[in-house]
Design a protein around this ligand. Structure first.
Ligand code: AGP
Length: 360
């Protein structure tokens, strides 16, 4: 492993840097990788399942299928799936798992298979149990991920799920928001983010690493981004962060806000989604009105925010609407990484965590 690390201090940052390559790999996959699964999904009752970060990829998939393909998809975390849902013989389960060995996910796959549903598996490990048992195995080919935290594999899974949504949409005669060139444009901007903006994100993370309580907020396709980013931040920094949809805040948790409370906001591009943008703006104003502090990740913010509104703001590279969650996810990964490095955490093997949870 030491040799593989090269000049990087940790596998986590090495693997974050490799994300753009993982995206290019997905962009270069021929349509035939996705077509058989898409053919089945086109007429099936669709469900997603995954655990931890892979669950949040599934949540993104749920938005992609709805917004790109006009298809409703169920999505439950693998550990709760069977308490909530079952699939019949017209079902198709999209099971997402980096390792392909996660106990909870494999149990859901087994049950779905027994019920006659088709299995689509998205995995990074060739020959894994999930790949072998599925009807439509899709291999991520993101390269080995050594760090316990999923980084490049999460983005690669997201790109694959987006391609599946695009293939399903194409079968229904439309695929707005599914231009294949977008993935290559994303890869180029990921390089810009990791190479040029990492120092800026590092400075913010170092300045605020002592904050003990955080909200991570997003809306629409940025809500799974907030959820995954908070998970990553907690895993590696050991600091408490609570993720929620921006619109949920006013239903209770806003009472936590005071001048000691910090929020990370994943702000959608106003040009892509003016409605979500307006909702997020309103939530952030409510936080500021109560003395809360905000770190914003966004693009071309219109002048709805006064100078000094943000404690810190990072302008992210602009990409198309459905690529933006992937840019924002990597910004969140960099924030978690730099914060944890400064705190002296065990970056590649955080306490109590294993790369794959293969037991009940
Ligand atoms: C990710 O950073 C975590 N270590 C964890 O949530 C992980 O995503 C989860 O255990 C699922 O693993 P899998 O993708 O291999 O199934």
């Amino acid at each position: 492993e030491v040799a593989e690390l090269g000049h990087y201090p940790h596998f986590m940052i090495k693997e974050i840097t490799e994300t753009s390559e993982a995206v290019r790999t997905v962009a270069a996959m021929p349509g035939s990788v996705f077509a058989p699964a898409a053919e089945r999904l086109a007429t099936a009752d669709i469900a997603f399942c995954g655990a931890g970060s892979s669950h949040y990829v599934c949540m993104l998939g749920q938005y992609f299928f709805h917004q790109i393909a006009g298809r409703r998809a169920m999505c439950h975390s693998a550990d709760e799936f069977m308490n909530l849902a079952s699939l019949g013989d017209n079902g198709a389960l999209i099971a997402v798992s980096q390792s392909g060995e996660t106990y909870d996910t494999l149990r859901v796959m087994e049950q779905a298979q027994a019920d006659g549903a088709a299995l689509v598996a998205v995995n990074n490990v060739a020959g894994s149990t999930a790949q072998r048992m599925s009807d439509f195995p899709i291999l991520q080919r993101a390269g080995r991920e050594v760090c316990v935290l999923s980084t490049k594999s999460v983005i690669s899974q997201t790109a694959i799920v987006w391609r599946l949504a695009a293939e399903v949409a194409a079968r229904a005669g439309g695929a707005e928001g599914a231009d294949m060139a977008d993935l290559n444009a994303l890869a180029a901007q990921l390089d810009v983010l990791v190479q040029s903006l990492s120092p800026e994100i590092k400075a913010v993370a170092e300045r605020y690493r002592w904050i003990e309580h955080w909200f991570f907020l997003g809306r629409g396709i940025h809500w799974p981004v907030a959820a995954e980013s908070a998970l990553k931040f907690k895993e590696v920094s050991y600091i408490h962060a609570e993720a929620m949809p921006a619109g949920f805040l006013k239903h209770g948790t806003i009472s936590l806000i005071d001048e000691k409370f910090f929020t990370v906001a994943f702000i959608p591009n106003a040009a892509h989604d003016p409605e979500s943008f307006a909702h997020v703006v309103s939530s952030l104003h409510e936080i500021r009105a109560r003395g809360g502090n905000i770190i914003g990740f966004g693009h071309d913010l219109p002048s709805v925010f006064a100078d000094g509104f943000f404690e810190a703001y990072v302008e992210l590279p602009s990409v198309s609407k459905f690529m933006d969650p992937m840019i924002q996810l990597v910004a969140g990964e960099l924030f978690a990484y730099h914060c944890a490095v400064k705190l002296g955490r065990n970056i590649d093997r955080p306490r109590a965590l294993a790369k794959a949870v293969t037991v009940r």
